[in-house]
Write a protein that binds this ligand. Structure first.
Ligand SMILES: *[C@@H]1O[C@H](CO)[C@@H](O)[C@H](O)[C@H]1NC(C)=O
Ligand SMILES: *[C@@H]1O[C@H](CO)[C@@H](O)[C@H](O)[C@H]1NC(C)=O
Length: 458
């Protein structure tokens, strides 16, 4: 305890002193705060004492803090190679043919130049929140929406959550102005309302400064700040910079049109209602008819799109119910055919099949459909032709300047709730897929790739 407290008559306080004596020193501070009592104690200084000494106004508390200086010691700790080997991109050494082997020296140089420019345009059109590393400084008193905000082009968004959490007590007691400055690049700042006693400069410009000696009013005004986009763009990121004293913060603002979601009619919810079949065909008309017949038998009424690039001298019309036969230019190619087929799909899912595939009584498309319905996978595939294992891991490894395709015959984990179904990067040419997701990626119809996807026999 160590409190020497000598009240004259107040019985309540006397009682409090006794209770306090019994339960420990928790009440010590309490009666130090009671007015008109001297409280000479030999206990250590508490934050409240400092608060009183500095005269914290009502509604404020003053805290002492112990600020850890940045660790400046020996930073050369040996890294554990079992951990570092997994950091970042997986390095690679290409053992197959290199891309540049397909070009002469001069052609390769020229190609690199145009590719670089092309890449620049591509990345510029795809700004992404995740490209912005927003380091939040733990010492900073600035509270702000660090994850960023969305705004429609030429529309405005309130910078909700802006607040200064603490102030330098000494500056505060001197009555000096507190100032917050905001900068934008593709927009201006406006105030929803002006707070009395706050001076604002640069309203409706890209550089706003607000000043007041009163922390309360400053925070009240900060809650009224609106960012309005002035430079039209359908998909762009602006960065709002905020400065307070020696602290700063950045708020990414994603300027983006509302994204319209693809939603598809579900009919009665059967495979026939929710799945369109896409077939790329080339000459093998008997097979195509067998495929169509197998649907008539097991999933009657399913719409089938056949994209056919057979040469005209051997082209035949396929006239079957629920079948749409599209004739393409001769030898247009495998991927061009898939793209054409996909462009005609109006259901949530599509089933891709080669022309020589057909369904068997044991084919359960419901299982693939259920997998897509209940997981976030975009593509679901089953084994066919009694192949046991046909999934693989295919991915690009390496870094920006040196990368390789890696393809491994393997799969990842088993899917929860779907025994014997495994996650993989790649499957064969029989798969049920989400139309919107695959449309967003598409297939490469470049003539150079045209016949690489699949070897067809005539
Ligand atoms: C990219 O990978 C190659 C091969 O592993 C390596 O030699 C090179 O230093 C890497 N470059 C960068 C920028 O990491
Ligand atoms: C912003 O603050 C960080 C420390 O949190 C500092 O390193 C940086 O220089 C500041 N930036 C500006 C433009 O003041």
């Amino acid at each position: 305890m160590g409190t020497r407290f000598i009240p004259a008559v107040d019985k309540t306080l006397l009682l409090a002193a006794i209770v306090s004596f019994i339960i420990g020193n928790t009440l010590t501070t309490l009666w130090c705060w009671l007015p008109a009592l001297t409280c000479n104690t030999d206990r250590p200084v508490t934050t409240r004492d400092i608060g009183r000494n500095l005269g914290a106004p009502a509604g404020y508390e003053i805290k002492t803090i112990l600020r850890v200086s940045r660790y400046e010691g020996d930073n050369n700790l040996p890294s554990d190679p079992r951990v570092t080997e997994y950091l970042g991109e997986k390095p690679c050494v290409c053992t197959g043919k290199l891309h540049k082997d397909f070009f002469s020296e001069a052609k390769w140089k020229e190609r690199q130049k145009t590719q670089r420019a092309s890449l620049e345009r591509y990345t510029r059109r795809r700004p992404d929140f995740k490209d912005f590393h927003n380091q939040v400084d733990g010492l900073s008193p600035i509270s702000y929406p660090a994850h960023g905000l969305y705004v429609r082009p030429l529309r405005a968004v309130q910078l909700e959550g802006l607040r200064i959490e603490w102030f330098d007590g000494r500056k505060q007691s001197s009555g000096a102005d507190l100032g917050v400055k905001l900068l934008a690049r593709r927009g201006v700042f406006k105030l929803l309302a002006a707070v009395e006693g706050v001076r604002a400069a640069g309203v409706k410009t890209a550089s706003l400064v607000i000043r007041t000696p009163d922390p309360d009013r400053l925070n009240l005004q900060l809650q009224q700040i609106v960012y309005q986009n002035t430079e039209f763009d359908g998909n762009m990121v602006d960065i709002v910079e905020l400065y307070f004293g020696k602290f700063n913060a950045t708020i990414p603002i994603h300027i983006q049109h509302r994204q319209v979601t693809w939603l598809y009619p579900q009919g009665a919810g059967r495979v026939q209602d929710r799945v369109t079949v896409v077939v790329k065909a080339f000459l093998r008309y008997d097979h195509v008819r067998q495929l169509i017949a197998s649907f008539r038998k097991f999933y009657p009424g399913t719409r089938i799109i056949v994209a056919d690039d057979s040469p005209k001298e051997r082209y035949q019309d396929v006239k079957e119910e629920f079948t749409h036969h599209y004739r393409m230019p001769d030898y247009a190619g495998f991927f061009a055919g898939r793209n054409l087929g996909l462009s005609q799909v109006t259901t949530e899912y599509f089933l891709y099949m080669d022309d020589d595939h057909y369904l068997k009584p044991s084919t359960k498309l419901e299982t693939l459909m259920s997998l897509l319905d209940n997981t976030d996978f975009h593509v679901a595939s089953g084994a066919y032709e009694d192949l046991e294992e046909f999934a693989s891991a295919i991915r690009v490894v390496g870094n920006q300047t040196y990368a390789c395709f890696e393809k491994l015959r393997k799969h990842y984990h088993e899917i929860d709730g779907f025994p014997d179904c495994y996650a993989a990067d790649h499957t064969e040419n029989f798969f049920l897929a989400s139309t919107a997701e695959v449309k967003a990626v598409g297939f490469d119809p470049n003539p150079a790739q045209a016949r690489v996807g699949h070897q067809e026999d005539s």
